[in-house]
Ligand binder design. Structure first.
Ligand code: SF4
Length: 380
């Protein structure tokens, strides 16, 4: 499912593809680098700011490319330092991008670890039963330019917070492709976008600090293992047996653990890096000590890090978060075996933090307001 805009986003162009377009109209090769510098280094938000380009070229660029494929319609900051950006695309689809600041002990917020979580699809087809993003199914894939545009929106926001002091995206520690959608189901756009994010002429963000998360698409995991850039991999496991996993993740029917775990092993062998296993703790579903023991065994075999994430309740879904005691007991089983494990403290609970919740809520509000009067969110 693709949305074909009248003008493709400039943020979907690589240095090579833009050079080729410019050479077709007789421009010298260095123009492409000048233009990309305006976008990624100087953060120009209009063609008129690109003063070292002649007026005719600027006019051609404006006719040919979309400079702003995503517009910020809502920015929410939670009490626990998670920022959620709700972005509107050209077809009025909504996507979420999240900034997570994890303060380091004793050094305060200015030295917090900062992670950006980006989306790759509008909605999701994978149908995980606990997830707000998948509730209405897949609307469409994002283009590479729309994926990159999310990070530019984060840059604009950071530039406004600390004008030019820490202007580079490099002030972030990690980018995780873990927002709305199954990234590996939109493979080509994902790889093109991450190539632009990584390139020196693009956002210049190191591939080793970019993590791609998947619900377990085995063929694409093996394809990702062969990519030259060496991104990190996280698996949304959420169940240590096929029974539990199939109950909450339909993808497990096509790719059960007997297929998934060897693919993860192959990825690790190729990259020599620790893979992460994401495990959302849901009361009465996967939070037993038996599941903890089996997860411990899987993590040990894969030499994997385990992220335990207490479930964020989603309106309309029956699942609940286990008590803090139960969460700790589960984590202790892994800690006792010296598995590298993080039990995530709550982040963004007050801003609809579960995957896709802010978008879902805004879409529902839009539908309701459309019943009364047509309204468009006001760009910030
Ligand atoms: S958890 Fe991820 S893969 Fe599963 S439905 Fe939600 S967005 Fe899709």
């Amino acid at each position: 499912m693709k949305f074909v805009p009248t003008q493709p986003p400039l943020t979907g162009e690589t240095l090579d593809s833009l050079t080729a377009r410019l050479q077709e109209r007789g421009e010298p090769a260095f123009r492409a680098k000048q233009i990309l510098d305006w976008v990624y280094k100087k953060r120009a938000r209009s063609w008129d700011e690109m003063l070292n380009l002649g007026k005719p070229l600027r006019a051609w660029l404006a006719d040919t490319f979309d400079l702003s494929p995503a517009t910020l319609v809502l920015g929410k900051q939670s009490h626990d330092v998670t920022d959620k950006l709700l972005l509107e695309l050209r077809d009025r689809s909504l996507i979420e991008t999240v900034i997570i600041r994890a303060p380091q002990e004793g050094v305060g917020l200015d030295h917090s670890r900062k992670t950006i979580c980006i989306s790759t699809q509008v909605g999701c087809a994978m149908g995980c039963t606990f997830c707000a993003s998948g509730l209405a199914g897949l609307k469409r894939d994002l283009s590479a330019g729309e994926i990159v545009a999310q990070l530019l929106q984060v840059c604009y926001r950071e530039d406004a917070r600390t004008p030019r002091a820490r202007a580079e995206l490099a002030s972030f520690d990690n980018i995780v492709v873990m927002g709305m959608g199954e990234p590996l189901a939109n493979y080509d756009a994902l790889i093109r976008a991450l190539t632009i994010v990584n390139a020196g002429w693009g956002l210049g963000f190191g591939a080793r600090r970019i993590t791609v998360s998947t619900s377990g698409l085995v063929p694409q995991i093996l394809r990702l293992a062969a990519e030259p850039l060496g991104f990190r991999l996280a698996i949304s496991l959420h169940g240590a047996t096929d029974d539990v996993r199939t109950q909450i993740m339909p993808v497990n029917q096509a790719y059960p653990l007997a297929k998934l775990l060897p693919a993860v092993q192959a990825f690790s062998a190729q990259h020599g890096r620790m893979v992460s296993l994401e495990f959302i703790l849901i009361e009465g579903v996967n939070d037993s000590l038996e599941q903890a023991g089996l997860l411990r065994d899987i993590a040990r075999d894969l030499h994997a890090h385990v992220n335990l994430i207490p479930y964020n309740t989603v309106e309309g879904l029956p699942w609940k978060r286990p008590s803090a005691t139960r969460q700790e007991r589960f984590a202790d089983v892994l800690r006792a075996a010296r598995i590298s494990v993080t039990l995530r403290r709550e982040k963004g609970g007050d801003i609809d933090a579960a995957c896709g919740q802010l978008r879902l809520k805004t879409e529902r509000e839009r539908e309701l307001s459309a019943l009364h009067e047509p309204s468009v969110p006001t760009p910030l």
